[in-house]
Ligand binder design. Structure first.
Ligand SMILES: NC(=O)c1ccc[n+]([C@@H]2O[C@H](COP(=O)([O-])OP(=O)(O)OC[C@H]3O[C@@H](n4cnc5c(N)ncnc54)[C@H](O)[C@@H]3O)[C@@H](O)[C@H]2O)c1
Length: 260
């Protein structure tokens, strides 16, 4: 007999930054594969819209407002998830911001702090508060969304690159710590993906930095931007038992951009 179960049937998954882009695509795909999805965002209207899309498609989801850079919010996000769904198996620490696009010496200190707080501390808080619940639920998967900016340099966004390199290092350390508890910790490093995050900031770039970015994008061997769904499918792989022997990994989803 063929078993037609979804890949995440019976699983509870938190996805941060699920009101837009990669997070929304991941939330929709996880729900389609049977997960009970907790949509988290600071943008309530966008988060509620993702929940509506899931429910309209026959899936199960709730919205929880949380700023991932605030410990109280993240703690509350995990507590409410467990109260509502009785456990937690997967967290996708996806929420992130680019910050401003300015060279390193002129980068504003408060923006630097904000980028690190959301992109790096936010991932750490997600692991910190979720991991005990995932262990209690019998184990599961933590997926951190880094960036190829954590592997190679991009002019004008050094704070972003530093935060994402931090996410990669954090992923590896946590993977070793929690492997014995049946919790896998991996990260995805997307390349240029067509979402508001990658398209909006370009409007403000100086011509020189713009040219540097454009010439980089021209180097994508596959010759195009990625789609949020193409990242979501990798998140599904990492969330499901299909990746049962993978932990501490960094998976690039970039059309070959860092293969150069
Ligand atoms: N789009 C790309 O090209 C690209 C490339 C590499 C990595 N990434 C990473 O993928 C992740 C998702 O990016 P995206 O392109 O889907 O962006 P996006 O801007 O489309 O979506 C990000 C979502 O995160 C939410 N958010 C922002 N700050 C938050 C906070 N403090 N707490 C909770 N939610 C918050 C936003 O409201 C938004 O809904 C980010 O971590 C980003 O760095 C994106």
């Amino acid at each position: 007999m063929v078993n037609y179960m979804g890949k995440l049937d019976g699983k509870v998954a938190i996805i941060t930054g699920a009101g837009s882009g990669i997070g929304r695509a991941t939330a929709l795909l996880f729900a389609q594969e049977g997960a009970k999805v907790v949509v988290v965002d600071i943008n309530d209207a966008a988060g509620e819209e993702t929940v509506k899309m899931i429910k309209d498609g026959g899936g199960e989801a709730i919205f929880i407002h949380a700023d991932v850079s605030k410990a109280e919010d993240v703690k509350n996000m995990v507590q409410k998830t467990v109260e509502k769904f009785g456990g937690l198996h997967v967290i996708v620490n996806n929420a992130g911001i680019v910050g401003e696009m300015i060279d390193t010496a002129n980068y504003p200190e408060e923006t630097f702090d904000k980028v690190i707080a959301v992109n790096l501390k936010g991932v750490w808080l997600g692991i910190k508060y979720a991991v005990a619940e995932i262990i209690k639920s019998g184990g599961g998967s933590i997926i951190n969304v880094a960036s190829i900016g954590g592997l190679i340099g991009f002019p004008g966004i050094s704070a972003y690159c530093a935060s994402k390199a931090g996410v990669i290092a954090l992923t590896k350390a946590a993977a070793i710590e929690y492997a014995k508890h049946n919790v896998r910790v991996n990260c995805i490093a997307p390349g240029v993906i067509e979402t508001p995050l990658s398209t909006k900031p370009f409007a403000k770039l100086t011509p020189e930095i713009m040219e540097a970015h454009i010439s980089r994008i021209r180097l994508v061997p596959m010759g195009r931007m990625g789609k949020p769904e193409e990242v979501a499918r990798v998140a599904l792989f990492l969330a499901s038992d299909d990746s049962s022997f993978i932990t501490g990994a960094v998976i690039t989803v970039d059309g070959g951009m860092v293969a150069w």
